[in-house]
Ligand binder design. Structure first.
Ligand SMILES: NC(=O)c1ccc[n+]([C@@H]2O[C@H](COP(=O)([O-])OP(=O)(O)OC[C@H]3O[C@@H](n4cnc5c(N)ncnc54)[C@H](O)[C@@H]3O)[C@@H](O)[C@H]2O)c1
Length: 434
């Protein structure tokens, strides 16, 4: 198949490279000329493990290329994927669909012969209908079908998720699109990946329902963690005790500082708005959003509590800024709430992140960015782990203690055992554990 991918970000670049690796011929297109320039000269604009090698091998094999100009790739394509951003619209929390609709306008002017237009971006129910309307209005003559094919990959494990997904969802209302989508995902049929064909609207809703459920599950265990602290119980044992029940499952039961990232915050908000507009509100998700927002802000008080409730004039060392490990993505990272709140309480913040520093610099004014964990600990009155990068799991605790002004560790990801830290002479606070 010949594939054009409009939007070469975290989703578009990974999807495009993986489709090429399946054997399709793929052109990844982006308006951002610097991104395309970088890709054309062998660079990778984002940090995603394994992506550099995957891109390089498929470029070398002649199956993957990059362009700022969509014309040729779209004209020749069997399928044009839209993988542009759908951020929260300022003010009301709806998904901002302006990038999606601009892409649809552009595609409309270019398609030749029967073309399947596939929305990979996360878009509210009814967006496919509108894309179809836009293209039909501009090109009444065109032969096309608009399909929904939401993406479920996780940053940091994106290639594995794309190549070995739990399922693929394809929403279509025009049967002509089915053989094209089947052919594109044929390599996954061989792995026996379940491929769910459904209607376009149902497919659009599946993506939001999945993300809302996962956000709810995280928020549930976070509230249970607070209850554990109040009742002197251990949230990790509770999570294990409930997670072994197959009806519940053990994933997404790690208590922490609240969910963030490029998807859950905006997708939960957008679902809330869609549901209100449809006259069928989703109260559980409204509450999830509110509880999670409050939680992120409350984390500064937890840090303050570890130093007798007074952060003024104190130095806080922070380990981890990205919303999760193995990405450089800072979008809606909990650190963006927690660090300004620490500064507002009078703290000076020095921080280290393995991949996120470049992005974080413009988002976190007043923070002193350090080159490694030990520099971030040096002279600190308290050290806070916000993101659980592997390299923070085996710190030389004796060295950290010597470097710090006082041995206090606040572990917002529960990556250490309380007894280990105490035996090294640290005052230690974590989430939902005595
Ligand atoms: N990031 C994730 O983990 C993830 C996972 C699943 C789904 N999604 C969804 O996928 C979509 C894309 O997310 P992302 O994280 O890849 O976003 P991103 O911001 O990393 O990438 C979007 C890219 O699209 C480009 N773009 C915008 N308009 C364009 C146009 N008209 N023509 C060409 N390029 C254009 C931008 O320059 C940018 O490079 C969103 O809807 C998101 O919700 C993201």
């Amino acid at each position: 198949m010949r594939v054009a991918m409009i939007g070469t970000g975290y989703v578009g670049l990974v999807s495009g490279a993986c489709f090429a690796d399946f054997g399709h011929t793929v052109t990844c297109i982006d308006k951002d000329a610097s991104k395309i320039e970088r890709l054309k000269t062998g660079g990778i604009p984002i940090y995603e493990p394994g992506l550099d090698l995957l891109v390089a091998s498929n470029v070398k094999a002649g199956r993957l290329d990059f362009s700022v100009d969509a014309s040729e790739a779209v004209r020749n394509a069997d399928a044009v994927f839209i993988g542009v951003g759908t951020p929260s619209r300022r003010g009301d929390g709806h998904a901002d669909l302006s990038y999606v609709y601009a892409a649809a306008e552009e595609i409309a002017g270019l398609i030749e012969g029967f073309t399947v237009i596939v929305t990979k971006s996360t878009v509210p129910v009814g967006t496919g209908d509108e894309i179809e309307r836009i293209i039909r209005a501009k090109r009444p003559d065109a032969q096309f079908a608009v399909v929904s094919n939401p993406e479920f990959l996780r940053e940091g494990a994106a290639i594995e998720d794309f190549k070995r997904p739990d399922r693929v969802v394809v929403g279509l209302n025009d049967e002509r699109a089915r053989p094209v989508m089947t052919e594109i995902y044929r390599p996954l049929y061989l792995n026996e990946t379940p491929i769910l064909f459904t209607t376009r609207r149902t497919s659009e809703l599946i993506k939001y329902a999945a993300n809302a459920f996962l956000a709810l599950k995280i928020t549930f265990i976070n509230e249970i963690a607070d209850l554990c602290e109040a009742l002197d119980a251990d949230v990790q044992q509770v999570a294990r005790g409930i997670g072994l029940d197959k009806r519940i499952g053990n994933k997404f039961l790690n208590a922490g500082p609240g969910y963030g990232g490029s998807c859950f915050p905006k997708d939960t908000l957008a679902l809330v708005r869609t549901a209100v507009d449809a006259g069928s509100p989703v109260r559980l998700i409204e509450t999830t959003v509110a509880v999670n927002d409050a939680r992120k802000k409350a984390m500064a008080a937890k840090v303050s509590g570890a130093v007798e409730g007074d952060l003024s004039g104190k130095t806080v060392g922070v380990l981890g800024l990205t919303f999760k490990p193995n990405t450089d993505d800072m979008r809606d990272a909990p650190a963006l709430d927690i660090i300004p709140a620490l500064q507002a309480l009078g703290a000076t913040v020095q921080a280290f992140d393995p991949e996120g520093t470049h992005e974080a610099k413009s988002l976190l004014p007043g923070v002193d960015f350090k080159a490694d964990s030990y520099e971030a600990a040096t002279g600190a009155d308290v050290l806070v782990i916000i993101t659980e990068w592997d390299q923070f799991r085996a710190l030389d605790l004796d060295r950290v203690k010597l470097l710090m002004n006082a041995p206090v560790l606040v572990d917002l990801r529960n990556i250490y055992k309380p007894e280990d830290l105490r035996s090294h002479g640290f005052r230690y606070a974590s989430i939902g554990r005595a």
